[in-house]
Design a protein around this ligand. Sequence first.
Ligand SMILES: Cc1cc2nc3c(=O)[nH]c(=O)nc-3n(C[C@H](O)[C@H](O)[C@H](O)COP(=O)(O)O)c2cc1C
Length: 184
Amino acid sequence: MKNVLFIVGSMRERSFNRQLAKVAEGMLKGKCNVKYLDYKDLPYMNQDLEMPVQPSVARVREEVKNADALWIFTPEYNFSYPGVLKNLLDWLSRPMDMSNFQNPSAVVGKKVAISGAGGKNMTQSCRAKLTELLDFMKMDLMHEPQTGIALGMEAWTKGEFALTAEQRAELQKQADAFCAFIGA
Ligand SMILES: Cc1cc2nc3c(=O)[nH]c(=O)nc-3n(C[C@H](O)[C@H](O)[C@H](O)COP(=O)(O)O)c2cc1C
């Protein structure tokens, strides 16, 4: 079984992206152990806080390093990715051992997939910018397929959403490709 770490780019309790992650988790059942990264306690990136390494930073880096692969589920904020997700990725981009900048980060070469649920744009701009960022960080991104969900009216009124058959098929296709990509 592969160990997969899910990262949700929303801090919201009833996040639609967390709901989407839950459906994907079901699709990986029997092939992967899924855990969710809790990064609420990370400070804002501040180079004054890099040394000594803060316990919360060390913890998220360890969890990420020990995972076989990551899957990011994120909303789109103002045509881009949320600040909380960028903050996490900034912390992860730095060397695990800061005594030498040639030392690897926790994410170099790490296999990763991206999906998102949001408005009409289906998180397309967010995922395009995240693609640039993850490529820049030398992560091993599964560029295609991705899942982009446009939330229906019902989601906004109920606070919950159900995938349409078409959206479920799109997510299933990504889950299958992800398993093949990570060798699960
Ligand atoms: C600051 C902010 C900016 C937003 N900008 C966009 C946007 O550019 N495109 C979009 O589709 N939705 C945008 N939204 C709406 C989010 O997609 C929506 O709130 C979504 O449900 C958030 O995901 P979550 O339920 O996982 O928290 C924005 C929301 C916030 C709070």
